[in-house]
Design a protein around this ligand. Sequence first.
Ligand code: NAP
Length: 261
Amino acid sequence: MDLGIKGRRAIVCASSKGLGRACAMALANEGVHVTVTARGAEALAKTAADIRKANPGVTVTEVAGDITTPAGREAVLKACPDPDILVNNAGGPPPGDFRNWTRDDWIKALDANMLTPIELIRATVDGMMARKFGRIVNITSAAVKAPIEVLGLSNGARSGLTGFVAGVARKTVINNVTINALLPGPFDTDRLRGPVAKVDAEKRGITVDQLLAERARLNPAGRFGDPEEFGLACAFLCGAKAGFITGQNILLDGGAFPGTM
Ligand code: NAP
């Protein structure tokens, strides 16, 4: 299926690894020129090289920096001032007990998972509307639909972004600019093996591998998601014919969320 976005320009934030990388690769596979970002320059250079190798006709621009800082965002927007597509992403906040979180912890989570996407939307959406094409995809989390207790910082910050976007997405679509969120359940990335799994495994006196094997088995799909599946869903939402989908929160979790809707 040709998604009709060949030659478009995309910013894909936090994309040297995991879900962001899969989104950048899927967009490049559609002929989209991509600007990729991450803090670690080495992994970013490797990802950029992999995308170029798979898609020699596509321009891949790397911007190393922290997307949650004004300087990081400025650098990305300088490299790609008029994107047609914006994929918002950043690392998730750490797990913990809300009793221990300070105001600074909250500000950091809000900066990363709410205010950074809002700042990037603010910087790009008017240009998209003037050009009558724009696709914005926010990578949030299944935690927006079903909160994960130890990830209160994530539950709160991402829900704030979701509420904000629900309003704006209905105002931009008149000019063929859509804003949607993809809500990952468990995907097989480094993040899955990170602090949340470690804390859980320690609590239960089992290894991280044992914990993850059990989690995969208990998912209705009997496995974790493959980041490539996530990237393809993102590319579809960015497609020329996806202009009637806006303000939606699409769960990719193998059916783990037990609700009817
Ligand atoms: P990942 O595999 O750990 O990859 C994270 C990517 O983001 C890396 O390229 C990392 O590179 C980059 N990054 C992190 N913080 C950044 C920052 N401040 N500025 C620029 N780049 C940054 O994580 P993932 O699994 O793809 O997760 C992506 C998002 O989805 C996270 O917010 C995560 O919480 C959320 N999520 C994931 C899952 C899952 O199962 N995987 C489930 C629910 C929600 P550097 O470290 O070099 O910057």
